[in-house]
Design a binder for this molecule. Sequence first.
Ligand code: ATP
Length: 238
Amino acid sequence: MTALLEVEDLRVSYGKIEAVKGISFSVEAGQVVTLIGTNGAGKTTTLRTLSGLLKPTAGKILFEGKPLTGVAAHKIVALGLAHSPEGRHIFPRLTIAENLQLGAFLRKDKEGIEKDIQRAYDLFPILGERRKQAAGTLSGGEQQMLAMGRALMSQPKLLMLDEPSMGLSPIMMQKIMATISELKSQGTTILLVEQNAQAALSLADHGHVMEVGNIVLSGTGQDLLHDESVRKAYLGED
Ligand code: ATP
C-alpha cells in the first residue's frame, strides 16, 4: 500500500541557508503524524513546502503516489491537502461564517458547503454562536479554531496544522488537542507540527523529532513519549 503522503530526501533553502536538509517521512491515511522540535528546526518550512508555498531544492513529495513538486499551491489544495498556518491568518474584518466559506473556495456544492459549515459549528460551538461577528473579535484560541474549521472546509484528505496550540491557555490547548483527537476518530489524516511535544506525541501514531533541518529520531508517539532523550530535551525532564 502506498502512503497518502511520502516525503523523500526533501531539501529546502532560503538563499544560502539550508533550512531542511534532506528529510524523509510518510503519512498513511487515517494517521496522525507529528513533527516536533525547537524553534528554527525547519518544521514550518516543511509544511510550507508541502503546500507549494516554497520550492524544494531537492527531493520528492508524493501525494497519493503523484509528485507534488512544481504543482501550484491552489492546485495542491484541490488535490486534497489543506494547511492551517502558524499565526492563523484568518481574515479579521470578515465574519466567522465568511471566513469558513472562504475555505470552500474551490467547491461548488452549496449544500455540502452548508453541511460542512454546520460541522465546524458542531466541532466548535463558539463559532456558531458568533457566526455573524467579525473574526477579529475572537480570542486567540477561538481564532485557532476558526483556522482549523476553515482548513477543513476544503474537505482535505490531509490536514496540516502548524502549531495549533501556540499562545493558548492550557484549557484552550486541551480543547484544541481534544478536537484533533475527534477529527482523527472521524477518519481525518493529520500532519501536526507542534512545539508542545507532550500533547502532540500523546495523540500521534508516529512522530519525528527535527533538529536544525534534520529528522534525528522517529518512532511511534508512545515510543517517543517514553524516550529518555526526548523527555530530557523536549519534555523538560532532568
Ligand atoms: P518555529 O517553530 O520557530 O516556526 P520551525 O521548526 O518551524 O520553527 P522554520 O520556521 O521552518 O522552523 O525555520 C527553519 C530555519 O529557516 C530557521 O533557521 C529560520 O531562521 C530559517 N528561515 C525561516 N524562514 C525564513 C525566511 N523567510 N528567510 C530566511 N530564513 C528563514
